[in-house]
Write a protein that binds this ligand. Sequence first.
Ligand SMILES: [Zn+2]
Length: 169
Amino acid sequence: MLRPVLQYPDPRLARVSEPVAEVDDEIRALAQDMLDTLTSVGGVGIAAPQIGVHRRVVIIDVSQENDAPDHPQDFKVFINPVITVLDPAGHEELEGCLSVPDLRAKVKRPRRVALDALDLDGKPVHIEGEGYYGACMQHETDHLDGKLFIDHISYLKRSLYDKKMKKKR
Ligand SMILES: [Zn+2]
């Protein structure tokens, strides 16, 4: 089922999401709604709070890992994801977000990370990645802590964006 994607500055995007105690049908239905919404609007990832559900569930396009130009998208669900920094060296990628309209900006994050989570069967899963893929893992997991990529950009860029959005409303 398609769900509306919350748009900044909706305060629900700043709320911390609850861990999933049990991977049950309710969580599987949530993941399906997230997938339907993501494939309809297009993108490489989505987090549950973006559709207004404050549970720790994200979906990431894992086909980015091999970075082949014509790879088909391959969306995987990650429940209760935890990020571990494998290489803290700062690395910049151009990021955008389904919940942050009309803005793409360079964000500096640790270069290489691992993500540990549960899959839809409740089994542990582990992925690792760097560059845009690693940034995507961190970006989606940030949503669960109420953080957006614009929380990582300079104060100046952020105020310009806030001004522009205020005018638009
Ligand atoms: Zn996002």
